[in-house]
Design a protein around this ligand. Structure first.
Ligand code: ADE
Length: 234
C-alpha cells in the first residue's frame, strides 16, 4: 500500500512513522509513506496558504489553490489512483470497519487541514471520504491522520505476525476484548483466574465469551445496539 500525506507540517509525522509497527511495515515493504508539504504548492510569493473568511468571523481558512495543486500533482506521482481522505471534524466517525475497508486500498491520500477549516471548494473539487476521529476539535488533521494510518496499516496483510493476528481484538466482532493475563500467576495479591490455568479449552473459551459480553454491557452498551454479529473468535 502506498500512503501519501499532504500537510503543512510534514515533520510531525517523522517520529510516528519511524517507530514500531509503522516502521516495520515500511521495512517489510508492505507500505510506503510519502510526505508532501502543501506550502510547496502555493503560487503566492509569500507562500501564503490561508486567509480570512469571506463574510467575517474568527480564524483563518485554507485557500483552495495550494491544496488543489498539491492533490493534483501528488496524484500524478503514481499511476495507481488514490482513495482520497479528508480529515475533518465534519467527517463520518472513524471506526474499525472503516479501517478494514481502507486497508484493502492500494493507495491512500490523506489530506490534513489546519486553521479553522478548508475553503468549501476543496470539498467540491474532489471525491473525498471525510473522516472524523471523534466529536472534538483538534488543531489540525495531522494527529487524526496518524490515528487512521496506525489503525489501517496494522490490518494490511503481513504487517502483524500470525501471533498478533487482529482477529481477536476489541471491536472486531462487535464486542470489547476479554481480560488478558500473563506471568506471574499472582501479583501483589491479585490472582490470574483459575480457569485460564486449567488447560480446559472449552471452559476458557466460554469464560472469555462471557467476559467479553459482560464488559461490553457495562463499558460500552452502545456497541451491543449496533447491527452485526457479537461473537468472540476462536
Ligand atoms: N481536524 C480537527 N479535528 C478533527 C477531528 N476530530 N477528526 C478529524 N480531523 C480533525
Amino acid at each position: 500500500m502506498r500512503i501519501d500525506i499532504l500537510t503543512l507540517f510534514p515533520e510531525m509525522f517523522q517520529a510516528v512513522l519511524g517507530q514500531s509497527m509503522l516502521k516495520l511495515a515500511r521495512e517489510k515493504e508492505l507500505v510506503s509513506y510519502h510526505l508532501w508539504n502543501i506550502r510547496d504548492y502555493t503560487l503566492d510569493k509569500h507562500k501564503k496558504v490561508d486567509d480570512r473568511p469571506y463574510g467575517g468571523g474568527p480564524g483563518m481558512v485554507m485557500t483552495p489553490e495550494p491544496v488543489f495543486r498539491a492533490i493534483e500533482e501528488v496524484e500524478r506521482d503514481d499511476s495507481e489512483p488514490a482513495r482520497k481522505v479528508l480529515l475533518t471534524p465534519q467527517g463520518e466517525r472513524f471506526t474499525q470497519s472503516t479501517a478494514e475497508a481502507l486497508s484493502r486500498e492500494k493507495r491512500l491520500m490523506l489530506v490534513c487541514g489546519h486553521y479553522e477549516g478548508f475553503d468549501e471548494r476543496i470539498r467540491q473539487g474532489f471525491d473525498f471520504l471525510e473522516i472524523s476521529i471523534g466529536d472534538y476539535v483538534l488543531s489540525g488533521g495531522e494527529t487524526p491522520a496518524m490515528v487512521v494510518i496506525d489503525a489501517v496499516v496494522r490490518l494490511v496483510p503481513g504487517v502483524l505476525g500470525d501471533e498478533d493476528s487482529p482477529e481477536v481484538e476489541s471491536f472486531k466482532n462487535g464486542l470489547l476484548e476479554y481480560p488478558q493475563y500473563t506471568k506471574p500467576r499472582e501479583f501483589r495479591g491479585l490472582k490470574v483466574p483459575d480457569v485460564l490455568i486449567s488447560g480446559h479449552h472449552e471452559r476458557i473459551q466460554q469464560w472469555r465469551e462471557d467476559q467479553a459480553q459482560e464488559r461490553t454491557r457495562i463499558k460500552r452498551p452502545d456497541l451491543l445496539k449496533r447491527p452485526g454479529p457479537k461473537t468472540v473468535s476462536r
